[in-house]
Design a protein around this ligand. Structure first.
Ligand SMILES: *[C@@H]1O[C@H](CO)[C@@H](O)[C@H](O)[C@H]1NC(C)=O
Ligand SMILES: *[C@@H]1O[C@H](CO)[C@@H](O)[C@H](O)[C@H]1NC(C)=O
Ligand SMILES: *[C@@H]1O[C@H](CO)[C@@H](O)[C@H](O)[C@H]1NC(C)=O
Ligand SMILES: *[C@@H]1O[C@H](CO)[C@@H](O)[C@H](O)[C@H]1NC(C)=O
Ligand SMILES: *[C@@H]1O[C@H](CO)[C@@H](O)[C@H](O)[C@H]1NC(C)=O
Ligand SMILES: *[C@@H]1O[C@H](CO)[C@@H](O)[C@H](O)[C@H]1NC(C)=O
Ligand SMILES: *[C@@H]1O[C@H](CO)[C@@H](O)[C@H](O)[C@H]1NC(C)=O
Ligand SMILES: *[C@@H]1O[C@H](CO)[C@@H](O)[C@H](O)[C@H]1NC(C)=O
Length: 906
């Protein structure tokens, strides 16, 4: 989200023509090539200007905007930032080659060197550290290394050694098409000797860049690089996140700016005795496409770790870590110690969480050649327990009951500030306290989706109170299916509310009544329609706990809310803006459409389907159909994929999968694995407001949906499953030990903490619930693996699958291309034969470990063929005497667990 375009799309002519040239662009470039790259260095600074593929299809450097980044203080690749002190001193000294440029001193380099220079003129002539930089090539790769020598008479401690990076993530000045064609995004794997960077094209198609460490270089920290933010390119804005530095040593930061946090890796420094020198460097390699990035990492002989199901691990499950390296493991341990029990497997280790472990855990691996790799994990409670904790927190601590609230916000599940353990009843960004927009709807949306996955009678009753007393007539205007942008507003002359004098109410975000009560933001409708849909599902299968309206009323309300946003007013103008864009969470409208069909709400189903088809067909004709309120975004793809795939517009659907893979990485770190690019929503839903790479903001949960669905249709694409499952697990890490869920995690090393606000967590959780499941895959490299469960091969090629995901209603068997799902109750076990594909499924009324979960009297079993695999035909239910109902098979659960046999036709 949100509201206004912070930095619009400038046209190039608006740029300042007389930009500063401290960098020395006027003295030309040094050009060279490898078999994979064409490279340009700035002659004067010997920093990178251009790193282009041989066919010129992509430049990983922002060469076309270099003249706007030629001032002192603008970082480029090839710069160096060092922090040192005299051994024994307290105070650190910073050296930074970008701060005050002067032409470097060219030197004749070693064999194979392209450009070698001494950096003293651009660092400090008086420094006891003399730094030499060398650019080299081998056949295909480019390498960059620094040798720092202590030229003084006494020892120095190097506490910071950073390689600033500058890749082309500058969206400012570009149209959406240019952004997609020219830009790329960088994601780090902060894993010491196993560290690397992935620089992926925003389109998701074509070559990627991989940056790996040379020699003894490690990747210890990832530091944001402050630059002047008031330049025309808008450093640190919605169209330019800003750049980061690969840090080899971090002790100098850890005991200064970062002293309040627990870093990803133990901070180190290095002592350089008088006369001693050290060398650190990076290698730049081309990967033919995104899916081959890890193969490229392996080619450079960098240790690689691949975790299944990822790096966010439920307490009741076992994680697998596959290691790829040419040296054997000499030790493996965790910090905190004993968080995992490690047991060796043929390709690595299985990791069993210890009963007391919770939260961040680093796994340290030492190889017999001395290399050390780290992998960052996050251990949570069991999935069902987390949902139960979340529901409990939302319906107790966040349940707001003050019925004299002048804004009529009670009862509701309202935003929360964990740092003071209180409701957020006032915020200048009125929607956060106003139950709407992602930032204010987040908590009640999560509360509703929790009931869809794990209904609890008391919570459902409170949710119904919220719907009937607060949504109807307040969030939705009386007798209307419209949705307001906020029910909280700033208008002192209209209420005697005690607005806090400590808040600055003068910003554009502090809406008055007309602005707050406006109903023209299509995004807001998804949340309300999802809440109604959730209660429809609960009412249908747990009728005894839904008391204030019938299932068909909830279903109709959901439909009416969607269609209001999708319709025109009597004058023919759209009721809501943005209705032609993909909207966060609208996968739920796909579920709504299936339910309308299955319930014989034929008229409504036809109208909704026709409207979605209209949108999908428009998207299929656009080059970049991923518009949003913002100049660039990662929110539209989910809806665009859902409907283009639904209507068989496969080229648009495929392009959308590529687009997502362009901004959603997999690396061996819980924070970045499956973490779709988000960097400005702390401004609109967070407490600590800054432009900053967010960890597991709602992009994770929402973008997981297309990837998981795509995998179901193409089970050979395990890469998509790994990224998708990582994203889907993301929202599990936001839930703390008492059940509070935060908007996102702050990735800057001075913070490394969850935001205090609940904010816009809701859509993330919606993504989790709709995508949760257990995926079983027999992969050529990883062999038989499971994401979200346990799998065991028993005799006669039979495989037993026990779901351990949070929802436990879907099992996907890649070997058969079959998805088994239930609408209510839970799947306890699935067994299938690898030989003939016969399957058995055991379905329980509830998850026995969660006593507060309501029991379903019945459910509907859906067995769907998603992909053609081997020669398996269509799955058929073999168990006799089952009734076909609402598109599936009715399963009676009144006597407890039921089992069903499934086979194949033909
Ligand atoms: C690079 O700069 C040097 C002076 O520092 C100059 O002699 C040389 O011609 C320049 N090379 C190019 C390619 O412009
Ligand atoms: C790596 O470090 C070891 C031990 O400090 C040292 O002996 C070796 O020369 C270093 N290798 C390189 C390539 O710098
Ligand atoms: C952290 O560093 C700041 C200065 O950067 C200092 O004021 C503060 O006392 C330090 N805190 C600790 C716990 O060392
Ligand atoms: C009340 O305040 C709003 C702005 O917040 C203003 O537009 C309106 O004119 C005011 N009404 C009165 C009666 O002062
Ligand atoms: C929907 O209509 C079909 C055909 O008339 C009927 O067989 C089915 O039972 C109906 N389903 C429901 C849920 O009413
Ligand atoms: C879409 O991708 C699938 C593989 O995932 C491929 O089989 C299909 O041909 C592609 N379709 C188009 C139109 O590109
Ligand atoms: C294996 O599966 C087949 C078919 O589903 C079944 O008949 C057989 O009993 C199973 N064997 C075991 C050991 O579960
Ligand atoms: C449930 O159990 C009762 C008593 O054992 C039995 O009469 C009834 O047929 C069972 N119902 C189903 C659906 O299995």
């Amino acid at each position: 989200m949100y509201m206004i375009k912070l930095i619009g799309l400038f046209c190039l002519s608006a740029l300042n023509a007389a930009a500063q040239d401290d960098l020395g662009l006027s003295s030309g470039y040094i050009s060279f090539s490898t078999s994979d790259f064409d490279v340009k260095l700035v002659n004067s600074s010997q920093t990178l200007a251009s790193l282009s593929t041989k066919d010129s299809s992509l430049d990983f450097s922002p060469f076309d905007l270099l003249s706007e980044r030629a001032a002192n203080g603008n970082y480029h690749l090839g710069d160096v930032a060092v922090r040192y002190r005299a051994n024994g001193d307290q105070e650190w000294v910073d050296l930074n080659s970008a701060a005050a440029r002067a032409p470097v001193l060219p030197l004749s380099g070693s064999n194979g060197s392209i450009a070698t220079s001494n950096l003293s003129p651009t660092i400090s002539e008086n420094s006891p550290l003399s730094i030499t930089r060398e650019w080299s090539t081998d056949d295909e790769d480019v390498t960059l290394s620094f040798t720092a020598q202590n030229t003084g008479n006494s020892s120095l401690e190097i506490g910071g050694f950073g390689f600033p990076t500058e890749f082309n993530s500058i969206f400012t000045t570009r149209t959406a098409e240019e952004t997609q064609a020219k830009c790329s995004l960088t994601d780090p794997n902060i894993g010491l000797a196993g560290g690397y960077l992935r620089v992926t094209p925003l389109s998701g198609a074509g070559a990627s860049l991989v940056v790996t460490p040379l020699g003894n270089t490690t990747f210890e920290g990832w530091r944001f690089l402050p630059e002047n933010t008031s330049t025309v390119l808008g450093y640190q804005s919605q169209t330019f996140e800003g750049f980061y530095s690969w840090e080899v040593h971090t002790l100098g930061y850890a005991n200064r700016e970062w002293n309040a946090t627990q870093p990803w890796n133990p901070p180190t420094s290095r002592i350089l005795t008088a006369g001693e020198s050290m060398t650190y460097g990076l290698r730049f390699s081309l990967s033919p496409n995104i899916r081959s990035i890890e193969d490229t990492v392996k080619r450079t002989k960098t240790p690689l770790a691949v975790g299944v199901p990822g790096y966010i691990v439920h307490a009741d499950s076992i994680a697998r870590l596959h290691l790829f390296y040419n040296s054997s493991v000499s030790s493996i341990s965790s910090d905190p110690a004993d968080s995992f029990d490690f047991s060796a497997t043929s390709s690595g280790y299985s990791l069993t969480p210890s009963p007391s472990a919770w939260g961040r855990v680093r796994v340290d691996i030492e190889f017999s050649n001395g290399a050390k790799q780290s992998v960052s994990y996050f251990i949570t409670k069991s999935g069902p327990q987390q949902l139960s904790d979340l529901g409990n927190f939302l319906f107790t601590s966040q349940y707001y009951t003050n019925t004299s609230d002048p804004f009529h916000r009670a009862p509701s599940i309202i935003s929360y500030d964990r740092s003071v353990n209180d409701y957020v009843l006032q915020d200048p960004r009125v929607w956060i306290a106003g139950l709407s927009d992602e930032g204010g709807a987040g908590s009640w949306l999560a509360a509703a989706m929790k009931q869809a996955a794990q209904p609890n009678a008391d919570e459902v009753s409170k949710l119904e109170d919220f719907i009937h007393q607060t949504v109807l007539g307040t969030l939705q205007p009386p007798n209307s299916s419209a949705v307001r942008k906020s029910v909280f507003f700033y208008q002192p002359n209209a209420t005697d509310y005690d607005y806090s004098p400590d808040i600055d109410w003068s910003s554009w975000e502090s809406w008055n009544i007309p602005d707050a009560y406006a109903t023209n933001r299509a995004y807001d409708y998804v949340h309300v329609s999802a809440a109604y849909w959730a209660l429809y599902r609960v009412a249908r299968f747990y009728p005894e706990i839904v008391k204030q309206a019938s299932w068909d009323w909830y279903l109709s309300q959901s439909y009416n809310t969607v269609m209001f946003a999708m319709s025109n007013d009597p004058n023919g103008n759209p009721n809501a803006d943005y209705s032609e864009l993909g909207l966060m969470g609208e996968t739920v409208w796909g579920h709504l459409l299936s339910d309308l069909k299955n319930e014989n709400f034929t008229t409504q189903a036809n109208i909704l389907e026709a409207r979605m088809k209209q949108r999908a067909e428009a998207w299929s004709m656009q080059t970049v159909p991923y518009g949003s309120e913002m100049a660039w975004d990662s929110t539209g793809q989910e809806g665009v994929y859902y409907w283009t795939n639904y209507f068989g517009l496969t080229s648009a659907a495929n392009k959308t999968i590529d687009s997502i893979l362009g901004y959603m990485p997999t690396v061996s770190h819980w924070g970045w694995n499956g973490n779709a690019r988000r960097y400005w929503d702390f401004l609109y839903g967070g407490k600590l407001q800054r432009i900053e790479r967010q960890i597991h903001h709602y992009g994770s949960g929402l973008n997981s949906l297309p990837l998981l669905q795509h995998f179901q249709q193409d089970p050979s694409d395990i890469y998509a499953l790994r990224v998708g499952y990582g994203g889907n697990s993301g929202p599990m890490s936001n839930i703390d030990q008492e059940g509070f869920a935060a908007a996102a995690f702050h990735s800057w090393p001075d913070t490394l903490a969850w935001d205090a606000y609940s904010g816009d967590y809701g859509p993330n959780f919606l993504g989790h619930v709709l995508g949760a499941g257990t995926y079983v895959v027999d992969d050529s490299e990883l062999s038989l693996v499971v994401f979200g469960g346990e799998v065991e091969r028993i005799e006669n090629d039979n495989v037993t699958v026990t779901p351990t995901d949070a929802v436990r209603r879907m099992v996907y068997l890649a070997a058969l291309g079959v998805k088994i799902g239930v609408d209510a109750g839970n799947i306890e076990v699935v067994r299938y034969s690898e030989r003939d594909g016969s399957m058995s499924v055991w379905i329980a009324p509830s998850i026995s470990s969660v006593s507060t979960m309501a029991a379903a009297k019945s459910t509907i079993l859906r067995v769907e063929k998603m992909a053609q695999v081997a020669s398996f035909g269509s799955p058929v239910v073999m168990t006799a005497d089952l009734t076909l109902l609402r598109g599936g098979w009715m399963i009676d659960l009144s006597n407890g667990t039921a089992s069903v046999e499934i086979g194949f036709q033909g």
